[in-house]
Ligand binder design. Sequence first.
Ligand code: MG
Ligand code: ZN
Length: 380
Amino acid sequence: MQPFPVSGCNSRRLKPYLLLPVLIFLACNSRPLPPPPTDALANAYPKNLILLIGDGMGLTQVSTAIYDLEEKAMYDRFPVIGLQKTHSASDLVTDSGASATAIACGIKTYNHAIGVGLDTLPRMSILEMAEAEGMASGVIATASIVHATPAAFYAHHWMRVEYEAIALHLLDSGIDFFVGGGKKYFDRRADERDLIDELREKGYSIRDYFDTDLSAALINPAKKFGYFSADNRPVAAIQGRNYLPKATRMGMDYLEKSSEKGFFLMVEGSQIDWTCHSNKPNQLKAELKDFNEAIQEALKFYIDHPNTLIVLTADHETGGLAINKGSKAKRLDLEFTTNGHTATMVPVFAIGPGSQYFNGIYDNTELHKRLLKAMGWTSG
Ligand code: MG
Ligand code: ZN
């Protein structure tokens, strides 16, 4: 049994044929969890690491996805669950800069920092470690590519809102595949440099939403690939943005061919956070559905490539979300208690070799250490 629809089910003996599509649908949608890795794989180091981050996705956001999407929700496919404490060095309530830096670089830092410590000096990120190991790397976001969460994986800058400075770091990051918004920070800059031209000189094929739809973009396997999904912020899922699952699938397929040593890919459902800041339940549900489809793509990849570790988590909770009395599945009465972030712990879901390290309650910096341990990059 497969855990969810991957390819058609084989039910040739069933008649009448008119019932077949219904039966296939039912069978495909009531499938159990993915099989655990075999002992041999469980004890091996993963070849690929996929980190899925729902920005602002606390336990109530996950519950919302589960009650709203019901059997389509992917969260119960992960056999290992943990809880992560998200506080920064400066505040119990973190921002996305400090929390992404904690996950990417393993250090507690001040709110608004990107890949730097309290001393504002750079710390190596897990993406940079993967590059140093000869792995391919990718970053995908539904925010701009220079926004805090993706930035903390490739940039080192003292202040998150200096997007033009952060864009410079992408040039030298060695990232093989990126998709996100923020084109204007590359080609309409105060310093008048055209970083898109510079990326092309460095061997990237760069496309954008203006010249082609992402699905139609042909990826040259001999080149690195970057796609700008917006000039600044990509539109919301409820307005029709749907590239995240596609980009995730394209990224995994491309990166898998890019290096024999495997890949690191970070995928962010960026706008879950934004819909919670603005206290918009329907917009939140659309973002959770979109992110869930990206999770599904990663799990499909895992079924075909069980030497892949997938860790799904959040950087913090946003909105202090509650599901109120009187709610029913698909008819949730959602209420927010703040338009900011909260300090509630956020869930961690893991599957694949090394996933056994992710149960328990731990800090976001410890999440980083466990990622390294799972990859075999530390002796601890
Ligand atoms: Mg973010
Ligand atoms: Zn936020």
